[in-house]
Design a protein around this ligand. Structure first.
Ligand SMILES: Nc1ncnc2c1ncn2[C@@H]1O[C@H](COP(=O)(O)OP(=O)(O)O)[C@@H](O)[C@H]1O
Ligand SMILES: [Mg+2]
Length: 312
């Protein structure tokens, strides 16, 4: 089965400036892809192309196998896009707002009533339905925008920084809504420049920086990749420190050895079996290792290492 969203070597330039450079990644049904990168990395630009609001200079985006360039109208039926900012309509209640968009999606009669009731219920807006849009809190406005995005029951949701500006409580609620949507079998792409907002819910990630995808795949794949690339290990041995350091310096994959507490910490580049070989070597040389602990790598470490907080 084709991916719900497949971004293929997408490039978007503004004049000479390359905002997105040959980005490729995909999102499957039921998956929540965290699209993570610092401000100016190219997240919104990428999402706008996916949502048919902009065209790529090179490459393509396929939604359920349908190209955004060749059949944008068909694509729009299948996706819901929540932009990073949107205005509030004056003198318009929640119900009026949703009804307006449901009509423009072509929903009629009972179908429209059923869908309105469903999205209001799903987002918890039911009790507020008569309220004016201008009177809503940021969190409630976000919910309303999400409700609107769900009206035509899209299989793919593209949410651009939906948690920005929400208080911690509203953030938790938003996460629950996103999880529930993935549970319904929808594919969700959600962006943020703050990884911790997404790390608890996303099942896969694409890390973007300066327009380039630095890593993508399931959370496990990305963490494993980064670990292979570089990890820190704490070692404590009974042999004198100099001997331990000497052995480490001679071992392949070991970089930057430094004393820490009653042992040493070193950087290691290699696979897990390389690490096992190193431990065996320490034992065979009679250095008596008593603690050998790779520091746990998590998504936050990977993100920091990949992006180094650079801003474009
Ligand atoms: N319409 C545009 N014209 C010129 N430059 C743009 C335009 N849109 C975005 N950019 C630039 O492209 C880069 C990526 O922007 P954007 O995709 O909005 O990043 P993000 O959403 O990750 O913060 C930024 O440097 C931004 O200034
Ligand atoms: Mg943005």
């Amino acid at each position: 089965m084709s991916a719900a969203l497949e971004v293929r070597k997408l490039t978007r330039r503004f004049g000479d400036f390359v905002a997105v450079n040959e980005a490729s990644f995909e999102v499957r049904r039921g998956e929540i892809l965290g699209f993570i990168g610092p401000n100016g990395a190219g997240k919104t630009t990428t999402m706008r192309v996916c949502a048919t609001l902009d065209l790529p200079d090179e490459g393509d985006v396929l939604i359920d196998g349908v190209s955004v360039m060749e059949r944008p109208r068909e694509v729009r039926q299948r996706l819901g896009f929540m932009p990073d900012s949107y205005g509030a309509y004056v003198h318009t209640t929640i119900t009026e707002y949703l009804d307006f968009f449901a009509r423009s999606y072509g929903l009629r009669g009972k179908d429209r009533a059923r869908m309105l009731a469903y999205v209001k219920d799903f987002t918890g807006l039911g009790p507020l339905e008569g309220k004016l849009m201008t009177a809503l809190s940021k969190g409630m406005k976000q919910r309303l925008c999400l409700a609107k995005t769900l009206l035509h029951d899209p299989a793919l949701l593209i949410l651009d920084e939906p948690a920005a500006g929400l208080d911690p409580h509203a953030r938790v609620e938003l996460r629950e809504l996103v999880k529930a949507l993935a549970g319904l079998g929808k594919a969700v792409m959600i962006s943020s420049h703050i990884l911790s907002e997404l790390s608890q819910i996303c099942t896969s990630v694409a890390v973007i920086e300066a327009g380039e995808i630095r890593a993508s795949g399931t959370v496990e794949q990305v963490v494993r990749m980064a670990r292979t690339h570089h990890q820190q290990v704490f070692l404590r041995a009974l042999a004198p420190l100099e001997e331990v350091q000497k052995c480490l310096f001679e071992s392949p994959g070991v970089e930057a050895v430094r004393p820490e507490k009653d042992g040493v910490v070193f950087d290691f580049a290699g696979e897990e079996d390389d690490l096992a070989r190193l431990l065996r070597r320490l034992v065979e040389r009679g250095l008596a290792p008593v603690e050998f602990a790779p520091k746990a790598t998590n998504l936050e470490d990977v993100f920091l290492e990949l992006t180094a907080g650079r801003v474009q």
